[in-house]
Design a protein around this ligand. Structure first.
Ligand SMILES: *Cc1c(COP(=O)(O)O)cnc(C)c1O
Length: 223
């Protein structure tokens, strides 16, 4: 069941820092999404292509859909016509495919680069070196990426209970974000979104400099 009260509390807690809230609705029903929609919410995050397409078709068209799961290149075409932000770009191959599909749809698609820090390689995303390599190619061949706009970075902390460890990973991601912003975007606001923080760790993420959180279970209950 949707906890609208928790949603309002969350919005109140996030508004002083101007942190954007993406409501993660994976595995949740269209009815649950509509409940939050009726409370005024418009930005939703989904992890699976088929589920996102089904929901997109059934739900109001002013919803801003964020793709936050691992995206296979052969599935980009299904979400390219309508997705607002693809938060999970983890390879140059995927970036190339998004460009190709965006051209076909005659759209410019905003994306985030998904990175991980720390030594757990269990997660999707790129390590810092791979991310720097991707941006070097992107910079050298910028005309080849006319229809994708890299507007920031997404990261997840390891599933570790120790808040000190989680916090230090968020700080490392914020540092990487600033390095990328300086090196490839001349420190300007074209590269502006730092998406980190979920139900269990978002206060730590915001302390470390996140400006977008992706929250599921706090709003929609456990999956
Ligand atoms: C599921 C998911 C979330 C939301 O997780 P909660 O713990 O339910 O808030 C956030 N980000 C990503 C990438 C996810 O897959």
């Amino acid at each position: 069941m949707v906890n609208v009260e928790a949603y309002h509390h969350l919005q109140a807690a996030l508004s002083p820092s101007n942190t954007a809230l993406i409501a993660v609705s994976k595995f949740k029903s269209v009815t649950d999404i509509l409940t939050l929609y009726a409370a005024g919410h418009r930005a939703f995050g989904e992890n699976y292509v088929q589920e996102l397409v089904d929901k997109y078709e059934q739900l109001p068209k002013d919803i801003e859909w964020h793709f936050i799961g691992h995206l296979q290149t052969n599935k980009v075409k299904y979400i390219a016509p309508f997705v607002s932000l693809i938060q999970s770009v983890d390879s140059l191959k995927l970036l190339n495919e998004i460009q190709k599909q965006a051209v076909k749809c005659n759209r410019i698609i905003d994306v985030l680069l998904q990175v991980y820090v720390g030594d757990e390689e269990t997660k999707y995303g790129m390590d810092a070196t791979t991310c720097l390599e991707l941006l070097s190619v992107w910079e050298a061949q910028s005309t080849a990426f006319s229809h994708v706009r890299i507007i920031g970075m997404m990261g997840m902390a390891s599933l570790i209970e120790d808040p000190t460890q989680v916090k230090s990973e968020f700080i490392a991601m914020k540092q990487l974000f600033e390095v990328l912003r300086k090196q490839f975007f001349f420190g300007n606001d074209a590269f502006k979104v730092l998406s980190m923080g979920m139900s269990g760790d978002y206060p730590l993420a915001i302390e470390a400099g996140s400006n977008m959180v992706r929250i599921g279970s706090t709003i929609f209950g456990h999956r």
